[in-house]
Ligand binder design. Structure first.
Ligand SMILES: [Zn+2]
Length: 509
């Protein structure tokens, strides 16, 4: 999890500071599952799920997680990169497909933070710090940590921890309310950017028990081994983290503070790995791992100087690389770094080095498109992204690139058709709806534009912005059938806004 020292709870903006004293002065939130829930839920409050004396209901837990996630989309520490998200979530679904029991759907997201850490939020959301991926020496090591986090989710440690600690429940409510308050307005508003601080504080408060850590190890190990990763991955990575934190207090990783490691845990992991190990050399990590790791080394940079340092590091890595893949991935990272520095000539040079010997990779294709786009060469970006999509039809980032190139070259009708296909294929990618709105705008279709944008807002938690746009669309529409569709959408949205307002009122009074 993210350390609360770096992201102080609710301290990132004025809205939060104004809310905090009120919230902390509140009595224990009676509607959260706990001692007195069943009879204490006041009339008019939304039914947030069946209350249980010892467990947060999965539905409430998911709702809390979604409220925080909706806000985190605008958090500057959220890394909005479809390639990285797709890589991490593919890994998570490979692992959780082998979970010993039914589990919540897992959603993994990357966080712009160079400290070595990962954290489980309520509702099956798992944050992975860039620094953790950068510190991993193989894909199986990364999978080992992710399996451990999924282990916490499978065992429902977040939910159980929340109801065991009254103090934490108050923080949860604070987090939920702050998220909802922010969500009532435009999700692009700067005060929305505070979600991770809360998620982090919650996770810090939980401080999983030793028993919970062992359970997560055990469950995680089963998933790791059943999904075909090197079974030594977990022990080698945790071992390195433990060595790091004992050698130097300053580099003590956040992960080892929040998931305390012990000699006992380490030997359990090693024994499990030994019992399954075939003695054969572990399989090499796939190219994706090296490319994702190189990109995150650049994206974790918090300043221009950090970016330059990352470029220097990757340049020396490229010189020393022993395999072609590692060399190509390092040059790829160099190219991403120079692109961020807006040095297009150097970015192109790094791309050329990465692709020498006819080497290709889907993320290299993405880099070439990004360079062309940044240079204002939309025709080239269109040609490149069309070709890349034929080669890698499953890559979501290329669908974004292609739609973007269609728009930049003024092909809005084609973009509308294409984006609607992508929306049915990937309903959980709100950015396609935002792009669809742009293309309807380009085609002078204001009603469709507002409806698409309202969908985007409602899926990213900005309910009032969604209501506002739908109301405008309703006023503009001349079509009876369309009007009644919009009315139905408005009723549903207004119901959700009222639900949230009621909740706020309850805690403000
Ligand atoms: Zn843990």
């Amino acid at each position: 999890m993210v350390t609360p020292t770096r992201f102080p709870l609710l301290a990132r903006n004025a809205l939060a500071c104004a809310l905090l004293p009120v919230l902390l002065a509140l009595p224990a939130p009676v509607w959260l599952p706990g001692a007195s829930v069943a009879h204490a839920q006041p009339a008019g409050l939304p039914d947030l799920g069946e209350s249980s004396a010892d467990e947060l209901s999965p539905r409430l837990e998911r709702r809390l997680g979604e409220a925080i996630m909706a806000q985190s989309l605008t958090d500057p520490d959220y890394i909005d990169d479809p390639d990285i998200s797709q890589y991490l979530n593919t890994m998570a679904s490979n692992l959780s497909a082998h979970a010993p029991s039914d589990t919540q759907q897992i959603h993994v997201f990357p966080v712009r933070d160079a400290s070595v850490n990962a954290f489980a939020m309520p509702g099956g959301f798992i944050g992975i710090n860039a620094g953790l991926v950068v510190a991993a020496q193989s894909e199986s090591e990364l999978a080992g940590v992710m399996a451990h986090e999924i282990g916490h989710v499978v065992q429902r440690h977040v939910a159980r921890g929340l109801v065991q600690q009254k103090q934490t429940s108050i923080i949860m409510v604070a987090a939920l309310l702050a998220a909802l308050v922010a969500a009532r307005g435009n999700s692009q508003a700067p005060e929305a950017a505070m979600a991770f601080g809360q998620a982090a504080a919650i996770d810090a408060q939980l401080g999983f028990s030793r028993e919970a850590e062992r359970e997560a190890d055990r469950t995680g190990f089963q998933m790791l081994s059943a999904s075909g990763y090197d079974v030594n991955g977990m022990a080698t990575f945790f071992g390195r983290l433990m060595a790091l934190s004992s050698v130097n207090e300053r580099t003590s990783t956040s992960f080892t503070r929040t998931h305390p490691l012990s000699i006992e845990r380490m030997s359990d992991m090693q024994n499990r790995a030994r019992s399954l190990s075939t003695g054969a050399a572990p399989p090499p990590s796939p190219p994706d791992f090296y490319f994702v790791r190189a990109k995150l080394r650049v994206l974790q940079a918090a300043s221009g100087q950090d970016t330059i340092d990352a470029i220097r590091f990757l340049e020396s890595r490229a010189m020393e690389a022993t395999t072609g893949i590692e060399k190509a991935a390092a040059y790829y990272g160099v190219g991403v770094g120079y692109l961020r520095r807006r040095d297009y000539a150097k970015a192109q040079e790094a791309y050329d080095k990465a692709t020498s010997g006819a080497r290709d990779h889907v993320m290299l294709a993405g880099l070439a498109i990004d360079i062309a786009t940044a240079q204002g060469n939309a025709d080239k970006a269109l040609t490149l992204s069309r070709a890349a999509r034929e080669r890698w039809p499953q890559q979501i980032s290329l669908a974004f690139d292609y739609a973007d190139a269609l728009q930049r070259t003024g092909r809005h009708s084609d973009a509308v058709v294409f984006l609607n296909e992508q929306i049915s294929r990937y309903p959980d990618q709100p950015r396609f709806r935002q792009m669809l709105a742009t293309s309807y705008g380009g085609l002078q279709q204001p009603v469709a534009e507002r409806r698409a944008m309202a969908e985007f807002y409602s899926r990213t938690g900005a309910m009032s912005a969604a209501v506002e746009l739908l109301t405008q669309a309703r006023g503009m529409s001349k079509d009876f059938y369309e009007q009644s569709q919009i009315d139905a959408q408005l009723r549903e949205l207004q119901r959700r806004v009222k639900e949230e307002n009621d909740m706020l009122k309850r805690f403000k009074s």
